[in-house]
Design a protein around this ligand. Structure first.
Ligand SMILES: [Zn+2]
Length: 268
């Protein structure tokens, strides 16, 4: 393969493109095709591959996204650092719509999603105590703050199965545990990135208050999409600037995630 990229961006709801004048690549993986053609281009001096997580026409609901194919495709292209912008609900009154959260922890409340590449020929157990890349996180926080975003450094992202939103009781339970935000796509994306020794950073834009915080009828899909659409240009700018600020050489632990582990197959 000739086309290469070193940074991957997986765009969330409302975020369907990033690069202009980019090359479109149709990729096949052992896990089927990714969500859409992958576009590869440059932002400043960095080569970037972009995948719209739900497909450009939003054809994949959160529980049907080809997560394994997406991360594998990025790795095939040479990507080692991944940025994952997404829309989330807030579990805290103080984080309103427009706040940006760069979580440092994750709680998996999904069910029935394949969450590993290593489901044949022996067990591979990778560490997931700290699910996000520390250097990607600090770069995103620094870049967002210098761009004037109200940014929360850290917090716990609860990933629910969806496609339905939370009940009020679920939402209050999550909030009562001290968790910060709730989304539907951050898992298994984060663990699959780790299983490929990729850096992974969630850039979560709060679009609404989840059911527990709000006294009204709770969040609707239209509200989420409308809010995200209003903020897409700003998110694109933030992602572009973060891409250019990511380290050229990785010094974080992510690249060593598989050291000493015998893999049943070779990674691309
Ligand atoms: Zn890293």
């Amino acid at each position: 393969m000739v086309t290469r990229a070193d940074i991957g961006v997986i765009g969330g709801s409302g975020f369907y493109s990033l690069l202009d004048d980019a090359e479109e690549i149709q990729l096949a993986t052992p896990y089927g095709p990714p969500s859409d053609v992958v576009t590869v281009g440059r932002i400043g001096s960095r080569s970037v591959a972009f995948i719209p997580r739900h497909g450009r026409d939003h054809r994949f609901p959160p529980h049907r996204i080809p997560y394994r194919a997406n991360l594998w495709a990025l790795r095939m292209l040479g990507v080692r650092q991944v940025l994952a912008p997404s829309a989330v609900g807030s579990l805290r009154a103080e984080y309103g719509p427009g706040a940006l959260v760069i979580p440092d922890q994750l709680v998996d409340r999904t069910s029935g999603r394949v969450q590993t590449y290593y489901d044949i020929d022996g067990a591979v157990h990778v560490s997931f105590a700290d699910p996000y890349c520390p250097s990607g996180r600090s770069t995103a926080v620094r870049t967002a703050r210098s761009g004037g975003w109200e940014t929360v450094d850290g917090g716990t992202l609860v990933v629910i199965e969806g496609p339905r939103f939370s009940t009020r009781a679920e939402s209050q339970w999550y909030a009562g545990n001290g968790w910060s935000i709730v989304g539907m796509t951050g898992f298994p994306e984060a663990i699959l990135a780790r299983e490929l020794a990729l850096c992974y950073t969630s850039i979560s834009l709060v679009t609404d208050h989840d059911a527990g915080v709000e006294a009204g009828q709770g969040v609707t899909h239209d509200e989420v999409l409308e809010f995200f659409a209003q903020n897409v240009a700003r998110m694109r700018t933030l992602v572009s600037e973060t891409v250019q600020s990511l380290p050229e050489e990785r010094t974080c632990p992510c690249g060593s995630a598989l050291d000493g582990i015998k893999l049943p197959f070779e990674l691309p």
